[in-house]
Every structure is written in C-alpha cells, then in structure tokens.
Design a protein around this ligand. Sequence first.
Ligand SMILES: [Zn+2]
Ligand SMILES: [Zn+2]
Ligand SMILES: [Zn+2]
Length: 168
Amino acid sequence: MQLGFIYFFDKDKLFLFKCNTVSFKVVLLHGMEEMLRNKKIKVTDTRIEILRILQSSSSAISYNTIQERTSQKLDKVTVYRTLDTFESKGIIHSIPSDEGVKLYSFCKDDCEDHQHDDNHVHFNCEKCHKTICLYHTDIPKVKLPEGFFSTSSQLIVNGICRDCNELK
Ligand SMILES: [Zn+2]
Ligand SMILES: [Zn+2]
Ligand SMILES: [Zn+2]
C-alpha cells in the first residue's frame, strides 16, 4: 500500500498527517521542536528560525534568501551547518541552481537519515525564477548503458510555472 505524509504548518505547529487509500487520520501532531527532537537534533533558536523560513516558502530557497528573510542576525557558519544537518537527517534536500548555489526545500516523502527518496522533478520558472518541487511528478527511469549503475538522479525542467501562466 502506498503511504504518504502531508505536512502543513499553523503558527509554530507542524501537523503531520499520514494517509493511505483507505483512511486519512491524524497520526501525529507535533511542533517544530518535537520534529527536531524526533530527528535527534538539539533544539536551538537558529534551527527553529531556519525551519520557519523554509516552511513559509512555496519554492526552494538559497542561503541568501534565508538571510534576507530572517529578523535575527544569523551566523553564516551556523546556518550552513544547520542546512547540512537538516539535509543529512532527511528533513530537507538540496537542488543545484543555474547560479551554482544550492537551493533547499522540505522533503515530503519518506526521507530518513542519510537516505533520501526525493525522486521528484524540479521545475525552474523562467519568469519568476522560482525553483519548485513537483512532489507528485516522478523522475522517469533512465535506461543506462551496460556497466553503469545509478544511485540517484536529478531532473530540472525549465519553463513557465502555473502562477506565472495564469497571470498572462
Ligand atoms: Zn529528502
Ligand atoms: Zn513563475
Ligand atoms: Zn524537491
């Protein structure tokens, strides 16, 4: 059976719904702090602040965007370390961008410690320059030549996003 998670946030609470085809029930009702504790990450103000910024964004964001959106003074090394920790713990994944910087976005599948399962397409809008996770659009399997073995793949599709398309 296909199991999925839906996350959404209200104020500082993280609501985690686990759903399957026959039932839709609330399995957990957690705050961000508890989310960190579950991942064995120490709760700090900086970590909570970075989580808050990431969750309030509808697209993948860079280190610079995090710094632009924070009201606090965040230490550069601490922010990068936090992003690395979140990524290795399966909370967020990174996406390479045209400018050579990494973009970060929440993982919505069953990602775990050092075990990402983000097999979705990333969409890069040429108009608003947002990079969006298309969580429900899987990367098609690529047939590799003999002797080649794949561990992960990335697919970035360029074009015009739905929001920009509707503005036309
Ligand atoms: Zn992931
Ligand atoms: Zn757009
Ligand atoms: Zn993504």
